[in-house]
Design a protein around this ligand. Sequence first.
Ligand SMILES: Nc1nc2c(c(=O)[nH]1)N[C@H]1C(S)=C(S)[C@@H](COP(=O)(O)OP(=O)(O)OC[C@H]3O[C@@H](n4cnc5c(=O)[nH]c(N)nc54)[C@H](O)[C@@H]3O)O[C@H]1N2
Ligand SMILES: Nc1nc2c(c(=O)[nH]1)N[C@H]1C(S)=C(S)[C@@H](COP(=O)(O)OP(=O)(O)OC[C@H]3O[C@@H](n4cnc5c(=O)[nH]c(N)nc54)[C@H](O)[C@@H]3O)O[C@H]1N2
Ligand code: SF4
Ligand SMILES: [Mo]
Length: 767
Amino acid sequence: MRGTRPVALPDSLAGTAQVRTVCSYCGVGCGMLLDVARGADGRRTVLRATGDKAHPANHGRLCTKGATTADMLAAPGRLTTALLRAERDEEPRPVSADDAIAETARRLRAVVDEHGPDAIAFYVSGQMSLEAQYLANKLAKGFVRTNQIESNSRLCMASAGTGYKLSLGADGPPGSYEDLDRADVFLVIGSNMADCHPVLFLRMMERVRAGAKLIVVDPRRSATADKADLFLPVRPGTDLALLNGLLHLLVENGHTDPAFIAAHTEGWEEMPAFLADYPPAAVAETTGIPEADLRTAAEWIGRAGEWTSCWTMGLNQSTHGTWNTNALINLHLATGAICRPGSGPFSLTGQPNAMGGREMGYMGPGLPGQRSVLVDGDRAFTEELWGLEPGALRADGSGRGTVEMFRRLADGEIKACWIICTNPVASVANRKTVIEGLEAAEFVITQDAFAETETNAYADVVLPAALWTETEGVMVNSERNLTLARAAADPPGEALADWRIIARVACAMGYADAFTYGSAEQVFEELKGAANPKTGYDLRGVSYERLRATPVQWPAATGDGPDRNPIRYVDDEAAGPVFPTASGRAVFFARPHIPPAEMPDDEFPYVLNTGRLPHQWHTLTKTGKVAKLNKLNPDPFVELHPQDARALGVRDGDAVEVASRRGRAVLPALVTDRVRPGCCFAPFHWNDLFGEYLSINAVTSDAVDPLSFQPEFKVCAVTLTKVATGVTADRAPVAGIAAAGVVGVVGVVGVAGVAAVAGAGAAAALP
Ligand SMILES: Nc1nc2c(c(=O)[nH]1)N[C@H]1C(S)=C(S)[C@@H](COP(=O)(O)OP(=O)(O)OC[C@H]3O[C@@H](n4cnc5c(=O)[nH]c(N)nc54)[C@H](O)[C@@H]3O)O[C@H]1N2
Ligand SMILES: Nc1nc2c(c(=O)[nH]1)N[C@H]1C(S)=C(S)[C@@H](COP(=O)(O)OP(=O)(O)OC[C@H]3O[C@@H](n4cnc5c(=O)[nH]c(N)nc54)[C@H](O)[C@@H]3O)O[C@H]1N2
Ligand code: SF4
Ligand SMILES: [Mo]
């Protein structure tokens, strides 16, 4: 897969050049070429982004978001200096990055000295580079010695990660994108791939066009469901019943693989009795899926030579998200469809480097190399890696995830919070807790590339970050593939690479011995030392030099090994997989169906589901500035079924209040039978920057999965009420952040006139 090597523009050269990098949106991790020009002032800017034909993730394709990267980079609104406010009621004023870093270090030091290390929390992101994630965790656990570090992956991949660890012994998918080229049947469950992983969806659809069957499970008829051979419109939160019901039928039909079960798994003994509770009639009743369709799905899976499942937030963002993962993996173990080309349970990562963050241990008790502070040997190993005395790392674990961390901040247990590359005021379930936490905190630091975000408005210090096109760093995609992001353009003003800001604050806090690095490459060379023979995690054979020639998929133990390592856990094909559990066997778990934490009742009779649109990214700090994308998905909305709309007297475009026990949003109605009667759906992209009462996370439930601590964004109970006042867009940006230090202001899109076309992602994916 070594392609031609575009040359990076030497600093001394004028003219244009092409720089090879990676898309910074979703976890597909498409390879990207940037055309770069040097202006008369000597500064480099990106003119155009195109797909990298030599990259194994996309072979040259990009979706609308990736393809408009140059527009996004050219948009105004970047932070060019740091911002600081001495008092809470003051306007923030621009200060030099040097001063802001010194002030950050001084105040963090003071908090630790006064209140102890646990008074400081870090909240980081799957959109940071591997190097920045590694340094954040090293600073938090190794040097500040707080046990409070969380990441936005807690909202995203925590259930998949926890489920993988329990079922297979280690986190991360056992297979690869190549499985999509080989499978005979796809089970896409709780994943709107057409909109959210468009390039991968196109790859899967090539195989479907060649005759493979596509089964889609989703309570909403998504763009992905539109393309299904068999669509199972499951009742919200009933996937466990469905998955157990499918396994019941596979057993009944004689479609299990007893030899595989005997040789490579444990826990099967319990399953037949457990599955007796999930006969098709009962499952049809629970899930709302006709018995005949359940039987068809089970037949297709049972008769498939190879079959692959893909899942994302529809399974993870649940109070039984970990169990969902276990139940899905049960199906693969029972049919032996795992660890061979074309077969496996494939969790699609949302963010471009969420996989890297999980590997670096940036959630809760994690340590680099798929390790944990809860394991004695893992702590000892990491103490050596970080040059700490034995016993330095704390063993007392951490809390219960992002939601609890912000709760502790609100309760005054945590005094200071450093938020990097994530926008929790907009994105955390029941966001009221986040707002209370930031208001109660003594010291809030945000580190962002853009001046205006919902969270920056609460910061005492805002640190200006360079984007991935302005610095170097490694990103790890959904299939464990490492791509090097390279500096193609100059950062605006004083913006600095995230890893550099973290390292400089650490040095200023007194940890210079452990945080003096000249380059991201030096950080990478250090973090490679976290290879883990127990789980198979291994980057030792990867170097920046190698990555300049080609992406490399881990496990990669040696520099001269293959660049692609598509299947894990199989050393000897004849012997089959050996899983990184104590017994070497994968584990069946009997996971009974339980309903979501909050079900509709007389008071709150509708179910609210939330998610994404094809042409917007999260809280809109990036895509919201791109005219081409705003044209495709211009406005927020709430989808409701025609029957419900009639009963409520609501027509398209009417303002509808969506209210739960926690809060309310007011959104224009979009009447559509994409949603089931009794259900509604709202995207979470539009928040305070675009108007009042747009934030759907004022409404969502923060009940969490007891194992993964991931909140249940996909199900809560709400009322829907037509409200008389029209929804008006507040076109002014929110107060709280001075325009000083800012290149320009956000181009705000309007709310009125719902023309949103959900589900155009794949159709609009560019070749
Ligand atoms: N365009 C775009 N692409 C993105 C992103 C973006 O912001 N915009 N974000 C990226 C990130 S970080 C992530 S995590 C991924 C998310 O990717 P997805 O998970 O595919 O996206 P969502 O829209 O959050 O939810 C997926 C589907 O889950 C369904 N669902 C809801 N409740 C249930 C349920 O009870 N059971 C089942 N089976 N399904 C249910 C929803 O109806 C929805 O269609 O997308 C990534 N890609
Ligand atoms: N209701 C509802 N809420 C959800 C979800 C849902 O399905 N429904 N999904 C959840 C999921 S899966 C996710 S992943 C989260 C995502 O939630 P967030 O992480 O909060 O969303 P983003 O908008 O991606 O925030 C990234 C922030 O980092 C900034 N940024 C971008 N690049 C850089 C950089 O290089 N360096 C720095 N320092 N900053 C940068 C951006 O400007 C932005 O402010 O949302 C969660 N929230
Ligand atoms: S599918 Fe689209 S958003 Fe995702 S990495 Fe590829 S180009 Fe970027
Ligand atoms: Mo995500």
